[in-house]
Design a protein around this ligand. Structure first.
Ligand SMILES: Nc1nc2c(ncn2[C@@H]2O[C@H](COP(=O)(O)OP(=O)(O)OP(=O)(O)O)[C@@H](O)[C@H]2O)c(=O)[nH]1
Length: 210
């Protein structure tokens, strides 16, 4: 079957347990929000195809467990990522403070050219806010990252942030997109291929360009 995309990238969601990584991913890939919190075990992933300047980009987005006990497993996925979304919860000061730790892990384990953005999720919870927008911008600026406040609940800025990190990855790899595609394809393991097949039909109907 002919490929339905031009290039494939791997993105990773990182942040403390409960900040809303799974909900953000579900909102982006399925357009749904489930208020229950079932902690991710290890890692999971979903896929979506988006079109950027005429290029069909398939993004494989890995959702990692925020819980400390899974970190040996999740760190193994850092080196495979081209883009990383750091997520904190605007109603949780500790989750914001911990971004420094997540960023330091990425420094240690991810490729040097990995593209990153910072996201403050649960922006709909204004009355429970503990982290100001200005603090978010400042931290992002310190790391040279772009910053978004999102809400998986209302969908605000969800698509925009995933598309932006994908654009950054595409820009960073614009010269070697063909090589990258080849090496990534050969890297896909059995589980990924099976899941890829499963979602082909659904995906065809939800190409997103925000
Ligand atoms: N109000 C509000 N609640 C949210 C939002 N996103 C997620 N939540 C809630 O936050 C809780 C945790 O969300 P998850 O997506 O499971 O969190 P996670 O970061 O994937 O957690 P781990 O898998 O343990 O790392 C759930 O009860 C969600 O309903 C949001 O944008 N707004």
């Amino acid at each position: 079957m002919a490929k339905q995309y031009d290039v494939l990238f791997r993105l990773l969601l990182l942040g403390d347990s409960g900040v809303g990584k799974t909900c953000m991913l579900r909102r982006f890939t399925e357009g749904e929000f489930d208020p229950s919190h079932i902690s991710t075990i290890g890692v999971d992933f979903k896929m979506k195809t988006i079109e950027i300047d005429g290029t069909k980009v398939r993004v494989q987005i890995w959702d990692t467990a925020g819980q400390e006990r899974y970190q040996t497993i999740t760190k193994q996925y850092y080196r495979r990522a081209q883009g990383i979304v750091f997520v904190y919860d605007i109603t949780s000061e500790p989750s914001f403070q911990h971004i420094v730790k997540w960023a330091s892990d990425v420094d240690e384990f991810a490729p040097d050219d990995v593209q990153t953005i910072l996201v403050g999720n649960k922006a709909d919870e204004e009355t429970r806010r503990q982290v100001t927008k200005a603090q978010g911008y400042r931290l992002a600026e310190n790391y040279g990252m772009e910053f978004f406040e999102t809400s998986a609940s209302t969908s605000s800025n969800i698509c925009e942030s995933f598309v932006r990190v994908t654009e950054l990855v595409l820009q960073a790899h614009s010269r070697d997109v063909d090589n990258l595609l080849g090496s990534l394809d050969s890297y896909l393991d059995k589980v990924v291929l099976e899941k890829e097949k499963e979602s082909q039909d659904k995906d065809a109907q939800r190409t997103c360009a925000c």
